[in-house]
Design a protein around this ligand. Structure first.
Ligand code: PHB
Length: 391
């Protein structure tokens, strides 16, 4: 009699332990974070990784009763590697989110995997307009080049700049930046003297800068991806362009906060348009910059903010679904979501799944011994203009 009840109790205990184990496994939500942690774009990976860590440090490692487990993978900035890693994360690790994507080709390579697996894919960095159209499961927390480039085109047209040469990295975001700038600037009466495209890999800017010089425009409009601005600025000075009277303007990628101090005084007075500056004067941003700088020993740039807001979107969508992880339910929760980011007010466009945000016009200024992109004008709540123009 006693024997039987003991066995029964043991069996019941084993069953409970088993259930608890299963529940614990279910209670973890896995985020596959794929970033270039090595190679020429490692600065983007490091900024985003630090931002993801900071978000979890400030908001806790669980949400809606689920523990958040981030699995970081380094793709080295190579699209075939990104695709393979994404496949493994979905099939073997059974991640409920894919996130990261430091460059456009890496995001494009992963889009079909998000669609097949119905896995929300949070694009925290890559910024070519077409990306969100490649899968209904993509949501973007970075920006698009056309979204930010039209700000500087308007500023140039209104500030006595009549003739411009554009100089962009020769791939998706560069071509988007060139088209958006040219369309807006020429519509306002400006003239493009030349449109130059520089190879993305190991760029030698010297011959292109010579062509800028020869064309003698009022300004050169530049897009290079985050991290590349330093070598561009070095060659700009070496070629004497800083003393030529040709103004340097661009999207804020070229005066990236992470490297701005290393670029030096050649950047003083450079006007750019972008969605984020470490100098953005809000309480939310000051707290973010302080915490980030303490935790990561570097200044956050716009890539960090894309990563931070991407985590916010993951947390808030899980809160909305009460911890349920189906891709369709999570996407529905993300569409239309709005919050105050360190960059200012933002929302997710329910139609395009792009981020709607302020675009700021900024000027590089010195404060103490530090260079900053100081915002002096705001274009409120800008949508990606390429998609807005589509029927
Ligand atoms: C991109 O590859 O989409 C990209 C990378 C870095 C940037 C902007 C766009 O600063």
């Amino acid at each position: 009699m006693h024997q039987v009840s003991l066995l029964k109790r043991l069996a019941a205990f084993a069953l409970m332990a088993g259930l608890a184990g299963a529940a614990m496994a279910q209670d973890a939500v896995k985020v596959g974070l794929i970033l270039p942690m090595t190679g020429p774009f490692a600065s983007t990976g490091k900024q985003i990784e630090a931002a993801v860590k900071l978000y979890m440090q400030r908001n806790g490692a669980s949400v809606a009763g689920k523990k958040i487990e981030v699995i970081l993978k380094d793709d080295g900035g190579v699209a075939d590697t990104t695709r393979r890693l994404a496949q493994e994360l979905v099939v073997n690790d059974k991640v409920q989110f894919l996130a990261g994507f430091g460059l456009t080709p890496l995001a494009l390579a992963t889009a079909p995997i998000a669609t097949q697996g119905k896995v929300p894919m949070i694009v925290m960095a890559a910024a070519t307009s077409i990306i969100t159209e490649q899968s209904p499961f993509i949501v973007r927390t970075s920006f698009t080049l056309p979204q930010v480039a039209i700000g500087i085109a308007d500023w140039a047209a209104k500030n006595k700049i009549r003739k411009v040469v554009s100089l962009v990295s020769d791939y998706g975001p560069g071509i988007d930046a060139e088209n958006a700038f040219k369309g807006r600037f020429t519509a306002a009466g400006g003239q493009m003297a030349a449109e130059l495209r520089v190879p993305l890999a190991n760029p030698d800017f010297a011959p292109f800068l010579q062509r800028v010089r020869d064309a003698a425009p009022d300004a050169v409009f530049v897009f290079v991806p985050s991290g590349v601005g330093a070598s561009f600025a070095k060659q700009f000075v070496e070629r004497g362009l800083d003393k030529s009277g040709i103004r340097l303007i661009g999207t804020g990628d070229v005066t990236d906060d992470d490297i701005l101090n290393r670029m030096g005084d050649v950047t003083l007075g450079v006007i750019t348009s972008h969605h984020y500056s470490a100098a953005h004067p809000s309480a939310v941003n000051r707290a973010f910059v302080d915490a980030f700088t303490k935790a990561a020993q570097m200044r956050p740039n716009f890539m960090a903010v894309g990563g931070y807001d991407g985590m916010h979107l993951i947390y808030k969508s899980l809160e909305a679904t009460k911890g349920a992880t189906g891709g369709e339910a999570l996407l529905a929760a993300m569409k239309g979501m709005s919050w105050e980011s360190p960059r200012g007010p933002v929302s997710i466009d329910p139609q395009t799944r792009d981020i709607i945000q302020n675009v700021y016009i900024r000027k590089v200024e010195k404060s103490g011994d530090q260079l900053y992109n100081v915002e002096f004008d705001t274009i409120p709540m800008v949508k990606d203009p390429v998609k807005a123009a589509k029927p």
